[in-house]
Design a protein around this ligand. Structure first.
Ligand code: ADP
Length: 497
């Protein structure tokens, strides 16, 4: 942690808030209040108390932001070549590196996540800007082989105004993985952060402006989903939507986009299988399981929330796992505990309802299983790290996303049963396997339905690796070069010569 981050942590822990947080929406290159004058509060999940207020937008603010973004499409941004766009993104990466400490503290305070995780997020966000800075001038079409009498080629044009609907679990990371490629492609953007975590997206807009982004190219409107998100996705001035969130809201976004036939990328839920076979490296697998389900208190669409475990190693594996999980220290995210709070009282109640239903149905609970209350958790929103055994493939704890620190164990006999269990939910976001037999692992990668497969390290990869799901986990891909092409419309040109 940098010295400045230390001072900021001390400020939050002693005053309960932080000075200098952005105020208002960011529209047309400056901060402006909601036109209604309304504000709402953001809460510190580690204490369960509000720490700052922000603009509560509505359709009027959305319209102002979309108008600014449309105007910016034909302004100086359009005249800039791809290399100039790349230079702005590279400058943004340099500024992010300088300001990482403050960004990480605000992200941790607003979302509840551990500071060390927020610092990791900042490294990823910086990489996203660096990656797409380098990609901006390498985006090109193809030439088409039509014979001597024709010249044919394709071009990749910016799709126009891109809307970004951002969730509360990875506020800055999700914003960056959409905004950086959209800008690299030459689009303009209207972003709507989640109402639980509005601040780092606003800080990012201010930072990009300082990096040289022309006014109106990136706009941020804060507020609740019904008041800001819904009018944004249905706005006729929007050409593309990137949505990350729940399945139910994703369906609503699709319906909202349908009238204008607005194209979209949906990154929705998951119930991702983490397969541990008898021939695994047990230490690596234990570390992998712990990271897969307890990172960010399990509030990750790509969490490894189902441990599919070979029966022949189940007893020693679960014994060691349970011992480690029982030793977890819970506490405020800024104190870097083993497990931080969940993001909201609503999420805490959702997690508890899933677990209570399983307990009532007779599921075995190895550890945890309740809301956590202690001196260390104070008034914050904490759930005990939990491990539950499933009662069969149709068990609701197998089929339903819990989005909390709750690991569901499915015990199987061998790789074939493991694969069948892995594929037996309506989600298909990511999947992982721990096995020292690389042929076995690659067969699993071939046969599992998932957008991304991890072998011997959960969350392996980075901004270079395309990410997204199949089935109810959504469609389209973010990150990598596929993420850049999401923000392009292809044009084919053919000339007779
Ligand atoms: P959660 O239920 O966990 O809050 P959501 O999927 O509802 O997750 O939220 C993800 C993002 O979608 C947030 O920014 C939220 O404000 C936004 N949102 C919620 N409802 C709508 C909607 N009807 N249209 C567009 N965006 C919405």
């Amino acid at each position: 942690m940098s010295g400045s981050a230390d001072a900021l942590v001390a400020e939050v822990l002693s005053t309960g808030t932080l000075k200098g947080l952005p105020q208002g929406h960011f529209i047309g290159g400056r901060f402006v209040p909601a036109q209604s004058g309304n504000t709402m509060e953001s809460f510190d999940p580690g204490r369960g108390r509000p720490f700052a207020s922000f603009a509560a937008g509505d359709a009027v603010d959305v319209d102002a932001a979309v108008t600014a973004a449309r105007k910016a499409l034909s302004g100086p941004w359009r005249q800039m070549g791809p290399a100039a766009r790349g230079r702005i993104l590279a400058e943004a990466a340099a500024l992010l590196r300088e300001r990482a400490g403050r960004f990480a503290v605000v992200e941790s305070l607003d979302s509840g996540k551990r500071l060390s995780e927020a610092e990791g997020d900042l490294r990823g966000v910086t990489r996203a800007f660096e990656y797409y800075a380098g990609a901006a001038d390498k985006l090109h079409g193809d030439s088409l082989p039509l014979g001597r009498q024709y010249v044919g080629f394709t071009t990749e044009e910016p799709v126009g105004v891109a809307a970004q609907i951002i969730p509360w679990n990875y506020p800055l990371s999700t914003a960056a993985r959409g905004i950086a490629p959209a800008l690299a492609a030459g689009c303009t953007v209207v972003a709507k952060p989640a109402e639980q975590t509005p601040f780092t997206a606003l800080m990012l807009a201010e930072l990009l402006s300082a990096a040289g982004l022309p006014d109106g190219v990136l706009n941020v409107v804060t507020g609740v989903g019904a008041a800001v998100g819904a009018p944004l996705v249905a706005h006729p001035g929007i050409n593309h939507i990137t949505f990350t969130g729940s399945v139910a809201t994703g369906s609503a976004v699709m319906r909202g986009a349908a009238d204008n036939v607005t194209r979209l990328v949906l990154e929705l839920g998951g119930k991702s299988p983490l397969v541990v076979l008898a021939d695994c490296d047990m230490d690596a697998a234990l570390n992998g399981v712990i990271e897969a389900i307890y990172e960010n208190a399990g509030q990750i669409c790509s969490a490894g929330s189902r441990l599919i475990l070979d029966r022949s190693i189940a007893v020693p594996f679960l014994g060691r796992l349970t011992t480690r999980v029982k030793g977890f220290r819970l506490g405020h995210g800024l104190t870097n505990p083993d497990l931080g709070p969940v993001n909201s009282p609503r999420q805490l109640e959702t997690i508890d309802a899933h677990v209570r239903r399983a307990v009532a149905a007779g599921n075995r609970v190895y550890v945890g299983g309740a809301v956590a209350k202690s001196d260390a958790t104070g008034g914050g929103w904490f759930y005990e790290p939990t491990i539950i055994e499933a009662q069969g493939p149709d068990d609701p704890v197998v089929q339903e996303e819990i989005f909390g620190p709750v690991l569901v164990v499915q015990i199987v006999d061998g790789p074939d049963e493991a694969l069948a269990a892995a594929n037996a939910t309506s989600y298909a976001l990511v999947a992982g396997i721990y096995s020292q037999n690389i042929t076995q692992a690659l067969r699993f990668a071939r046969d599992v339905d998932a957008g991304q497969v991890f072998i011997n390290e959960w969350f392996a990869g980075g901004i270079e690796v395309p990410f997204g799901g199949n089935r109810k986990s959504g469609f389209g891909r973010e990150k990598g070069m596929a993420g850049l092409r999401s923000y392009c419309k292809m044009k084919s040109v053919v000339a007779r010569i």
